[in-house]
Design a protein around this ligand. Structure first.
Ligand code: C5P
Length: 244
């Protein structure tokens, strides 16, 4: 099974309050985009990586990825001298400009995938520290025959509905989970879902394929795959970046 990853990074990240798009915000002197790309580039189950960045940021992303791939090559040269096999990827990710919604950005990424790709992992770059084990679990479930896979984590907060009259009742969180990325799909299933509802505002891809009647399988996610959203998340990111 040939697997490609589409990493969406074209959001503005306005809730983070930074003066650059979220993907270019640095954590310990490294942009979030670089952390995310690294995880997929070195993963043995992933062959191709496509990165979707905000319009006007493709050049900057290309320069950053050139440097990243160059650093992998120098590590490989060293390994070669030691008679060890290369550890890094050989291909640089493809960079494309995104759209005004996440769904449009995913579609721009899908449009440039190679013809022979069988399965696609769609990942939010905002979840820059996703552990390799989560990527493996999603790919393994696809290999085992699933059409669509999402990583999930248990909820920790007490949940309430809220309406125009204020707080509604507490929602029983038993049986509820939070959904993360990467979400994995057989390529035809994802392409079909996007072509039946193009340019929409779906916040994730699993809900799109489900609307087509596809069954979505859950695998365990990880708390390290949290989404960097608000300024406090950057403090957590600094700690997690050193560990994962
Ligand atoms: O806004 P939110 O945090 O839900 O975005 C999830 C992911 O989708 C982020 O990685 C963001 O960069 C990406 N996105 C995108 N294009 C948009 C909006 C969001 O690639 N127009």
């Amino acid at each position: 099974m040939i697997v490609a990853a589409v990493l969406v990074a074209a959001g503005s990240g306005s809730r983070l309050g930074a003066d650059v798009p979220k993907a270019f915000v640095e954590v310990n002197d490294q942009p979030l985009l670089e952390y995310a790309v690294q995880r997929f580039l070195v993963h043995r189950a992933v062959r191709d990586v496509v990165v979707v960045v905000p319009v006007g940021w493709t050049e900057q992303a290309n320069e950053m990825l050139d440097e990243l791939v160059k650093s992998f090559r120098s590590v490989d040269e060293l390994l070669g001298k030691l008679g060890r096999p290369p550890a890094g990827p050989t291909m640089k990710p493809l960079v494309v400009a995104g759209g005004s919604t996440r769904q449009e950005s995913v579609e721009r990424g899908l449009a440039v995938l190679a013809d022979d790709v069988d399965a696609v992992l769609v990942h939010d770059v905002a979840r820059a520290f996703v552990p390799a084990a989560v990527i493996s679990r999603v790919v393994d479930a696809l290999e085992a025959g699933a059409d669509a896979v999402v990583p999930t984590v248990p909820l920790t907060d007490t949940l309430r509905s809220v309406g125009p009259d204020g707080l509604g009742p507490t929602v029983d969180r038993t049986g509820l989970v939070a959904v993360q990325t990467p979400q994995g799909f057989r390529r035809q299933v994802l392409d079909a879902a996007h072509s039946s509802a193009p340019g929409g505002a779906a916040t994730d891809d699993a809900s799109l394929v489900e609307a087509d009647g596809v069954r979505v399988v859950a695998v365990p996610g990880a708390s390290e795959a949290f989404k960097v959203t608000v300024p406090l998340d950057l403090a957590l990111a600094e700690v997690v970046a050193d560990r994962v």
